[in-house]
Design a protein around this ligand. Structure first.
Ligand SMILES: Cc1cc2nc3c(=O)[nH]c(=O)nc-3n(C[C@H](O)[C@H](O)[C@H](O)COP(=O)(O)OP(=O)(O)OC[C@H]3O[C@@H](n4cnc5c(N)ncnc54)[C@H](O)[C@@H]3O)c2cc1C
Length: 321
């Protein structure tokens, strides 16, 4: 049963869209975007050509139309009923650049893959970016999630962030404005990050290369990186690691429909073939229940869940969101 209607929404936007240079796609399948390869339709996908085009679009978008921004979908679970309103996905052409911006500084567009920053930093002897080498997301996702690994986090490197709000106004946020904590930013949900300036420190290239190789080797050994996955499902609760709680509660390898807690890293969910958004979310909630009953710890989702349930296929949260 169709819950979103992109053609109707596009009609509602009227002639203003003719001036846009980016791509508008009604009823765009999100299973082509998410790493899980699951989820319903984006009612209307907009891929702005550049920042001016994004601003022009936001200025004609009626206030009551919901707006969601996605990166490359490596931390997203999209529900099967789809995402109502507009989904903004930044284009690589307008937002994928990465360049040196002064001593030990790198500027990157928000859809630039994290990996490209690591590579540029290594080529130029700038230390502090090796951790991005193993994170498969984009800079926009890293800025929102305070992505981190292997002893480094986005907040350690951010100087300033460029963003556009729902009304099309531009903003520059300082590191403090981003309000970072573990896998979280307090920056307004209303903001679309368009890029950021980062700073590292001088470091020997061979040392950076060795750190990057260590990141790659570690991931290949302990994470199901070639599977359809969304990375860590739950945040590590204070004083615990999520995977060991799941393991001890008997969650390793647990299956619901086409969704499974990976046997290699049991805080990673994987789509074993034909998982739906429902399978994945139901499995996640079932794991939260098990861990709570076994250890009394409340796991909190790290993966962002977006969109509507299919009627009759709702997943009740075991506790809180
Ligand atoms: C195999 C694997 C390993 C992973 N390992 C790690 C890891 O070690 N450490 C780690 O931190 N994460 C890890 N992740 C999770 C994920 O890669 C990161 O969270 C990443 O930063 C998400 O970026 P993305 O572009 O995929 O964002 P998406 O998944 O598309 O979106 C994530 C969130 O960011 C928001 N967002 C995206 N772009 C923008 C933007 N331009 N402006 C505003 N908001 C935006 C979205 O609205 C959403 O809330 C892993 C994932 C996988 C699949």
């Amino acid at each position: 049963m169709r819950q979103v209607d992109g053609v109707k929404l596009l009609e509602r936007l009227g002639d203003g869209v003719k001036e846009l240079r980016g791509r508008l796609t009604p009823d765009s399948p999100m299973d082509r975007v998410t790493w899980f390869r699951a989820g319903g339709l984006a009612e209307l996908m907009f891929q702005p050509h550049d920042t001016d085009d994004l601003i022009a679009f936001l200025k004609i978008l009626p206030e009551d139309v919901p707006l969601t921004v996605v990166g490359v979908g490596s931390n997203l679970l999209v529900r099967d009923g789809g995402i109502p309103g507009v989904v903004v996905r930044l284009s690589a052409k307008g937002f994928g650049q990465v360049e040196l911006a002064g001593e030990n500084r790198i500027k990157a567009g928000a859809i630039c893959p994290d990996k490209h920053i690591s590579a540029m930093a290594m080529d130029n002897g700038i230390g502090g970016f090796h951790f991005y080498y193993g994170i498969p997301g984009s800079i926009g996702g890293a800025l929102r999630m305070n992505a981190g690994a292997n002893g480094g986090e986005t907040r350690d490197r951010v100087v300033e962030v460029y963003a556009v709000d729902r009304k099309g106004n531009s903003h520059v946020l300082s590191n403090a404005d981003m309000g970072y904590s573990y896998r979280h930013s307090e920056a307004s949900k209303d903001l679309i990050f368009t890029g950021a300036l980062f700073e590292g420190h001088p470091e020997d290239r061979a040392k950076i290369r060795a750190d990057m190789d260590a990141v790659r080797l570690h991931r290949e050994t302990v994470q199901p990186i070639r599977e359809k996955t969304g990375g860590s499902t739950f945040k590590n609760p204070e004083g615990h690691s999520a995977w060991s709680l799941i393991d001890e509660a008997g969650g390793r390898g647990m299956v619901i429909g086409g969704a499974q807690m990976s046997s290699l890293h049991c805080n990673f969910m994987i789509n074993t073939g034909h998982a739906t958004g429902y399978d994945l979310e139901y499995l996640g909630e079932a794991v939260r229940k098990r861990v709570f009953e076994h250890a009394g710890v409340r796991l909190e989702w790290e993966i962002k869940r977006l969109g509507l349930f299919m009627p009759g296929r709702e997943v009740e949260p075991f506790f809180g969101a």
